[in-house]
Write a protein that binds this ligand. Structure first.
Ligand code: OAD
Length: 246
């Protein structure tokens, strides 16, 4: 079976990672929708970095859940599988099923990877170490300095896609070539409000005329009207069962 899975923040919710638009998404009374923007970084890079340091720490402390594991299981049983996730956490790549992990080529993190740090000007990128060194204190006090590029001295930023920014064309290519190879038997869209047009577009094109389009989400979304089946349950409950059925 050819299977495409599209996931969003809801899949990591049961691992303790707050969703963006849920009630726990706010940080110090700030709306993540406003913090995850180039404008917020320009205005207050220290604040944006602080938010990302906290999110990185929360993700390091979190464990993949039964939904992440079920997706690994599905990838093993499908003949041609792709996971497209909007999640910048590393819970999909860390999840295991019977000792197996999702191979890199079967997964696209379309909104980037929170553990990557990249230059806001040039192409320099590096991966955050497991235990980051303490950032040096400024002469004026204890305020954390934000990292600077070792190549061009511009401010470094998290390697994620912010609101209003373009997706990485290389990642779009991976999804497009998967779609070009043929229609899917099953498309599962789990834990996302599907607010971005490309998520809905990929789900509809992949399922085509004859494929199943299954939505897993406790709430109704813009995709629900197109789904051939809707499962209104948390992903940790719905996905393992659904994947066993498939
Ligand atoms: P959202 O926070 O918009 O939506 C989370 C979705 O998960 C909602 O539809 C919830 O109903 C659903 N949900 C909550 N708990 C769930 C559970 N236990 N099981 C299943 N579903 C559950 O997150 P995304 O749709 O992922 O982008 O957001 C998409 C993108 O918007 C993010 O990648 C981020 C964001 O702002 C950028 O930063 C560019």
């Amino acid at each position: 079976m050819r299977i495409l899975v599209l996931t969003g923040a809801g899949v990591s919710a049961e691992s303790g990672i707050p969703t963006f638009r849920g009630k726990d998404g706010y940080w110090r009374n700030l709306d993540p929708m406003k913090l995850a923007t180039p404008e917020a970084f320009e205005k207050n890079p220290e604040l944006v970095w602080e938010w990302y340091h906290e999110r990185r720490q929360r993700i390091r402390d979190a464990q993949p859940n039964a939904a992440h594991e079920a997706i690994v299981k599905l990838s093993i049983h499908a003949s041609d599988f792709l996971l497209v996730t909007q999640n910048v956490d590393d819970l999909h790549p860390r999840a295991e099923w019977e000792g197996n992990r999702l191979p890199k080529e079967k997964m696209v993190q379309i909104h980037g990877d929170i553990f990557l740090t990249r230059c806001s000007r040039c192409d320099f990128t590096h991966r955050q170490q497991e235990h980051p060194p303490t950032l040096h204190s400024g002469a004026a006090g204890e305020q954390e300095k934000i990292p600077k590029c070792t190549k061009c001295d511009a401010l470094m930023r998290p390697g994620v896609v912010w609101f209003g920014e373009e997706l990485d064309p290389a990642k779009i290519d991976i999804v497009e070539s998967y779609l070009a190879r043929g229609a899917c038997d099953v498309v599962i869209v789990a834990g996302t409000t599907a607010t971005f047009g490309y998520i809905v577009d990929w789900a509809l094109r992949a399922s085509g005329k004859n494929g199943q389009l299954i939505e897993v989400n406790p709430e109704k979304t813009s995709l629900s009207q197109f789904a051939t089946r809707v499962v209104r349950e948390p992903a940790v409950i719905a996905l393992p069962r659904l994947i066993d059925e498939l």
